[in-house]
Design a protein around this ligand. Structure first.
Ligand SMILES: NC(=O)c1ccc[n+]([C@@H]2O[C@H](COP(=O)([O-])OP(=O)(O)OC[C@H]3O[C@@H](n4cnc5c(N)ncnc54)[C@H](O)[C@@H]3O)[C@@H](O)[C@H]2O)c1
Length: 286
């Protein structure tokens, strides 16, 4: 079993939700923390919890949709701690909205937060981990939405399927390169976090909301849907412990909602049996 005591965690999206509780659990386990988020006010709470737990921590304000911000955040963490042992690419947003309605700009926004931020961080941190003489771990936070398909949020599915596939493919490449780095991908179902407040985390370059979509019934319904599913999700209490146990046991897939496993199996079954998405199956589920 791995021991993360005195190791350095670099985690994005550490101000709220999963990022906050995973960072706090890391602090309890004696990890040093580089806490990254665009919400610098809320990040202070995570930082204070780490200090109260008796560990070293630093706050790094960054918009992870910008490669330069992610690069600078990695540089700051390296300047303070000199190493990164556990990279957690957790920052994320959820945007409901059908293919023919969600503005292209929002597609770009979600792909940059949920996918490209993970690319930027891995491109910088993998070479650092390769040079270190110690084991490295990388956890990409995807979603059950990266393993099963549902109606109403194709941009979220696109970003999360891409994150899962990218993590799996990178695991192969790291094994071929004989790198001492373990990849992990987390695929939770709904959990009570701040995720339905995605609009609060809209960076300045995506704030042009002149598109009539934002005044439409479809937009309002999407916001209500996001609030409903997140506030009716699992309580967040046990998530951080589940994540650390999986990391300690070196598990690749971290699934927090076993009740969704049959949906994963159904999708694979449908693919190999020449099936197709059938909305009548989804009615009553989503
Ligand atoms: N809550 C769920 O039900 C659920 C389910 C599956 C997967 N997830 C995934 O978990 C991850 C964490 O989400 P959460 O549920 O804790 O939501 P959350 O909103 O509580 O936390 C997300 C964090 O990411 C930060 N963030 C967003 N955009 C950013 C940006 N451009 N730059 C820097 N920081 C940014 C936010 O400030 C926030 O602190 C996301 O990747 C999400 O897709 C959540």
């Amino acid at each position: 079993m791995k021991d993360f005591k005195n190791k350095v965690m670099f985690i994005t999206g550490a101000a709220h939700g999963f990022g906050q509780v995973i960072a706090e659990e890391g602090a309890k386990r004696g990890m040093k923390l580089a806490l990254v988020d665009m919400d610098e006010d809320a990040l202070k709470d995570t930082y204070q919890a780490a200090i109260d737990a008796g560990t070293e921590a630093m706050m790094i304000g960054a918009d992870v949709t910008k490669e330069a911000d992610v690069d600078a955040a990695v540089d700051k963490a390296m300047a303070k701690f000199g190493q990164i042992d556990l990279l957690i690419n957790n920052a994320g947003i959820a945007l409901p909205g059908r293919m023919w309605e969600l503005p292209t700009r929002d597609w770009e926004w979600i792909m940059h937060v949920n996918l490209m931020s993970q690319v930027y961080a891995m491109q910088r941190v993998i070479p650092i981990m390769m040079k270190q003489k110690t084991h490295g771990d990388i956890l990409n936070v995807a979603s059950i939405a990266g393993l099963v398909d549902t109606p109403g949020m194709p941009s979220y599915h696109a970003s999360k399927f891409a994150s899962v596939g990218m993590t799996e493919a990178t695991a192969y490449d790291l094994q071929r390169a004989k790198a001492d780095i373990s990849m992990h991908v987390m695929c939770p179902g709904f959990v009570q976090t701040d995720l339905y407040h995605t609009e609060n985390h809209r960076p300045a370059q995506y704030t042009d909301k002149s598109d009539p979509y934002y005044q439409s019934e479809a937009y309002l319904k999407g916001q209500q849907f996001a609030k409903y599913v997140i506030t009716n999700g699992k309580p967040i209490d046990s998530i951080a412990d589940t994540v650390f146990k999986a990391l300690e046991d070196n598990r690749f897939y971290i699934l927090t909602h076993p009740e969704f496993n049959p949906l994963i199996a159904d999708r694979v079954h449908r693919i190999v049996n020449d099936g197709a998405p059938d909305v009548s199956v989804m009615n009553g589920i989503m």
